[in-house]
Design a protein around this ligand. Structure first.
Ligand SMILES: *[C@@H]1O[C@H](CO)[C@@H](O)[C@H](O)[C@H]1NC(C)=O
Ligand SMILES: *[C@@H]1O[C@H](CO)[C@@H](O)[C@H](O)[C@H]1NC(C)=O
Ligand SMILES: *[C@@H]1O[C@H](CO)[C@@H](O)[C@H](O)[C@H]1NC(C)=O
Ligand SMILES: *[C@@H]1O[C@H](CO)[C@@H](O)[C@H](O)[C@H]1NC(C)=O
Ligand SMILES: *[C@@H]1O[C@H](CO)[C@@H](O)[C@H](O)[C@H]1NC(C)=O
Ligand SMILES: *[C@@H]1O[C@H](CO)[C@@H](O)[C@H](O)[C@H]1NC(C)=O
Ligand SMILES: *[C@@H]1O[C@H](CO)[C@@H](O)[C@H](O)[C@H]1NC(C)=O
Ligand SMILES: *[C@@H]1O[C@H](CO)[C@@H](O)[C@H](O)[C@H]1NC(C)=O
Ligand SMILES: *[C@@H]1O[C@H](CO)[C@@H](O)[C@H](O)[C@H]1NC(C)=O
Ligand SMILES: *[C@@H]1O[C@H](CO)[C@@H](O)[C@H](O)[C@H]1NC(C)=O
Ligand SMILES: *[C@@H]1O[C@H](CO)[C@@H](O)[C@H](O)[C@H]1NC(C)=O
Ligand SMILES: *[C@@H]1O[C@H](CO)[C@@H](O)[C@H](O)[C@H]1NC(C)=O
Length: 783
């Protein structure tokens, strides 16, 4: 068989793999697939590699099914067929770089899950015209950003040795280097793609004096600017991507007169200055991304759209440009697909959008758009519209819309005063729905319970919805493996009533459940304890009543819970000690010391209002390892259970405004991370345990309005608290209270605390010593 025939069979097989893999979601391997695999195994081992010119594998495989695994050891590539879904394994075939060196002109090993060092011998493949090692991220550990490493020296040698090179694609290969100030790049090189390669330092000007067609240096750490002058012959870019670097300075004028430029991607840099819209001469431009920069000046939208007649994607969000619109009837390309104009000071919904029947993405959030959105807007995009962000404007009304293809709908932070738009129930692909901070009212329609199978995040918070929470009819939580199931449900701040429907227990993937500030009633929905991933549960300010007790059927409830807010309800009985015992995610939390991670619901950070210092404080984001228990403003009674001391990662504990009695457990001293502790307005008695004064992290303490007695213990952190932390305890004395100890005889009693720990260093002597000092100080001051 001639090698070219074999090659075409490889291509053919891979094509089919891809097809099969992506269509065989849950099925086992069909007969056809098995045959294809066997054929593939056979052809791999029968190829005469010494004569092969083109080797292309893996590219385009659906990484989720990864039927092919590759590894790279020394100068050899191993290919093994491991059909995860297809349940077939083939012995690895080993290929050596040396075998290819005199023949290979095209090598394409992209999206293979290859890892390790790219062997230096690769530069022996001196006939290479095209080399593609891109996107080899680790399929099993996608969080590791790189799998392939390329030594800077080998990278430079590629330019020296590959004298016929036309394409070099190394995206996601870790090169981690500063480029030399001069580099002899062959004039044959047309495509250079170095996206996310960790290159840094000044952007070398030589990249701009070549005959590149495509240059992608995005997502690196280049500094400096784009050269103002380049040689006349070099202005032939079709595609220039410098996004997500640290580039600054103004944009050179040659960029705006590049006749063949189709894509200009400069997002997320620090470019500044004005860009003269009237000098645009870019007949081929279809994508213009200038978002997240520091430009200045004003652009007239209609003039822009009519001068870039081929434009299909425009991103100016947070670019610094102000946009005006005269709403004149200029030409607009009807093939427009993407418009991102967030924070551009737009005052009206532009008429020019009317022509955009194929729009997929529209983001005009954080502008100054007032009033009703025009009725024709309901037709833009049609079923093509995928993502719509109208948030943070002053919109009062929406048009009738049938955007049944929507994936994400953001209407939050406007002034929309309407019922729930019924057509939302017909959006069977909707994943993100944020209608929060508006004036939506009426009932949430029952049909809403149908669409939960696709939704990942629902935020209807801070509106005026009434009636009951709808039941779930459809599926919920089936897609956990792929991350496509409901993770966040926020209904905070409405006028919802009735009980929490138990049908929501189907949503096993829920991580955030916020029903706070409504008129919900019934007893504590104990079945929530069965949700294995639930991190945040907020039921505050409702009319829930009764005991808070684990349901008998749930074995270890709330294993992932980190935030529990049941405050301001009518709960009674003992504090839920059984629950405290099983809150495993509030114990021994190892805080990540790398970049802080915030709790998010979909792409948005979860915000919360927590009572700290008796004041409602709004936290626009909370760290994932932040832990809170707030049971305040209920009628809990009995003693504070010792087991609470086992929640040693707790940061906020609020038990205030209840009817708790007995001593403050010594075990609370085990809460070594706690920053805010509020036990005020109870009937707690006994002395304040010294262990509290030893907590170094405590910033807010409120023990006021109790029946505490004796001397306030001393400790470095305790000296920072003022009298109001301890007030309203008539028999408490010592700093910072004005009342000095020793004015009446107090008989401190041994704590009835069972968790009292002999080895903690808390002894009578220490307490007596403290009293002694207090008395002396009192006397001295008295004199
Ligand atoms: C592979 O091709 C080379 C060059 O045509 C030839 O010398 C060699 O014998 C072939 N090897 C096999 C195993 O067919
Ligand atoms: C470059 O290719 C030549 C063969 O043309 C080879 O001898 C040399 O070792 C290669 N250089 C490097 C640095 O790999
Ligand atoms: C990238 O390579 C550099 C230098 O070899 C290394 O220090 C760094 O850890 C690598 N980064 C990743 C994410 O692999
Ligand atoms: C640059 O490369 C070309 C051919 O690839 C060669 O002729 C020329 O001498 C090189 N220049 C330098 C300064 O190395
Ligand atoms: C520019 O291109 C022209 C013809 O395409 C050629 O004659 C000239 O030498 C080139 N100039 C430079 C500086 O490369
Ligand atoms: C651009 O950034 C460099 C540092 O990378 C700085 O020295 C220079 O002043 C900046 N230029 C402008 C115009 O901001
Ligand atoms: C953005 O530009 C303004 C002036 O136009 C300047 O004061 C500011 O420092 C710039 N910001 C950055 C991040 O470059
Ligand atoms: C929607 O717009 C807001 C405000 O500009 C922004 O914060 C948010 O990230 C956007 N959401 C999406 C998914 O684009
Ligand atoms: C939703 O779709 C059904 C049929 O699929 C249709 O009868 C109904 O009118 C649609 N509702 C809305 C509000 O678009
Ligand atoms: C609730 O939404 C309104 C807009 O309708 C907004 O003014 C207000 O600040 C929001 N409240 C909170 C707590 O976010
Ligand atoms: C709960 O609220 C509903 C609706 O407001 C009401 O009909 C019902 O009587 C309430 N149940 C209790 C126990 O308060
Ligand atoms: C408090 O910590 C001590 C020492 O680490 C331990 O012996 C005791 O059991 C802890 N108490 C509670 C209630 O966790």
């Amino acid at each position: 068989m001639s090698h070219s025939k074999l090659l075409s069979s490889i291509f053919f097989l891979f094509f089919f793999f891809t097809k099969f893999a992506s269509s065989s979601l849950n099925n086992k391997c069909s007969k056809q697939q098995s045959e294809a695999l066997l054929l593939f195994k056979h052809s791999l081992s029968s190829i005469n590699y010494t004569t092969i010119e083109l080797l292309a594998i893996c590219d385009g495989l659906d990484s989720y099914y990864h039927p092919i695994m590759m590894s790279w050891t020394g100068t050899q590539v191993q290919i093994a067929v491991i059909g995860m879904e297809l349940l077939v394994t083939a012995p690895p075939v080993t290929l050596s770089v040396l075998t290819f060196s005199n023949s290979l002109t095209h090598l394409k090993l992209s999206v293979c899950g290859l890892s390790g060092q790219v062997p230096p011998d690769i530069t022996l493949l001196h006939k290479l015209v095209s080399l593609d090692l891109s996107f080899n991220s680790d399929l099993y550990h996608p969080s590791s950003k790189f799998s392939l490493q390329l030594r800077p020296r080998v990278f430079i040698n590629m330019f020296r040795n590959f004298t016929h090179l036309e394409e070099l694609l190394l995206d996601d290969v870790n090169i981690s280097s500063v480029l030399p100030t001069s580099l002899n790049i062959s004039s044959s090189l047309k495509i250079l793609s170095l996206y996310n390669t960790r290159l840094q330092g000044n952007l070398p000007p030589y990249f701009f004096n070549l005959h590149f067609l495509d240059l992608d240096l995005g997502y690196n750490q280049f500094t400096g600017n784009i050269p103002l002058k380049i040689s006349v012959n070099a202005t032939h870019f079709t595609y220039l991507d410098l996004s997500s670097n640290k580039l600054n300075g103004t944009l050179p004028s040659w960029l705006f007169t590049s006749p063949s430029l189709e894509g200009l991607f400069l997002s997320d840099n620090m470019f500044c200055g004005k860009v003269p819209i009237e000098s645009f001469s870019l007949p081929s431009l279809n994508s213009l991304y200038l978002d997240f920069n520091n430009f200045s000046g004003e652009w007239e939208l209609d003039t822009l759209l009519s001068s870039l007649t081929n434009l299909e994607s425009l991103a100016l969000s947070y670019s610094g440009f102000s946009l005006t619109t005269k709403n004149s009837n200029h030409y607009v390309n009807p093939r427009f697909r993407e418009i991102q104009l967030a924070a551009c000071k737009l005052k009206v919904f532009p008429n020019s959008f009317r022509a955009m029947k194929q729009l997929e993405v529209l983001d005009i959030s954080s502008n100054e758009i007032h009033g009703q959105i025009p009725h024709w807007a309901g037709e833009i995009g049609g079923n093509e519209l995928n993502r719509l962000n109208l948030s943070h404007n002053s919109i009062t009304g929406l048009p009738q819309f049938q955007w049944y293809g929507l994936n994400a709908l953001y209407l939050d932070s406007n002034l929309i005063q309407e019922p729930f738009p019924p057509s939302i129930c017909n959006m069977s692909n909707l994943m993100y729905l944020d209608m929060s901070n508006n004036r939506f009212g009426g009932w949430i329609p029952q049909c809403f319970g149908k669409i939960t199978s696709s939704l990942i995040m629902i935020d209807l918070g801070n509106n005026s919805f009434q009636g009951t929470i709808p039941n779930i009819y459809g599926d919920c939580g089936a897609g956990r493996l792929t991350g496509l199931s409901l993770r966040g449900l926020i209904l905070n701040g409405n006028q919802l009533e009735g009980e929490v429907p138990i049908s929501w227990s189907k949503c096993q993937s829920l991580e955030v459940l916020d029903f706070g500030n409504n008129h919900l009633n019934g007893t504590f929905p104990g079945w929530l304890g069965d949700l294995p991933y639930l991190k945040v549960l907020v039921l505050k300010s409702n009319n829930f009543h009764g005991h808070v007790q684990p349901s008998a059927t749930v074995h270890s409830p709330f294993p992932s819970l980190r935030v529990l807010d049941l405050s301001d309800n009518r709960f009674v009985g003992q504090l839920p000690a059984k629950y405290f015992q099983s809150f495993n995610s509030m114990k021994n939390v190892v805080k990540s010391n790398t970049t802080p991670k915030y709790l998010s619901v979909g792409p948005e950070k979860y915000s919360i209002v927590v009572t700290v210092k008796g004041v409602n404080q709004y936290f626009p984001q909370i760290l994932v390892d932040y832990t809170i228990i707030d049971l305040s403003d209920n009628t809990f009674e009995g003693q504070i259970p010792n087991v609470i001391g086992g929640l040693n990662s707790l940061i906020v504990l609020n038990l205030s405004h209840n009817s708790l009695i007995g001593p403050i457990p010594h075990a609370l001293g085990n809460l070594t991370e706690i920053e805010s502790l509020d036990l005020s307005w109870n009937q707690l008695s006994g002395e304040i345990p010294q262990s509290l004064a030893d907590i170094k992290t405590l910033e807010v303490l409120n023990l006021s309005q109790n029946l505490l007695v004796g001397h306030i213990p001393q400790g470095p952190q305790f000296t920072t608290f003022e009298g109001n932390s301890f007030g309203g305890n008539p028999r408490l004395c010592g700093t910072p209270l004005l009342k000095k100890c020793g004015e009446y005889s107090h008989e401190p009693q041994l704590e009835s605390d069972e968790g009292f720990d002999e080895e903690s260093g808390f002894t009578w002597e220490v307490v007596m010593l403290a009293y002694g000092c207090g008395i002396i100080l009192g006397l001295v001051i008295g004199v």
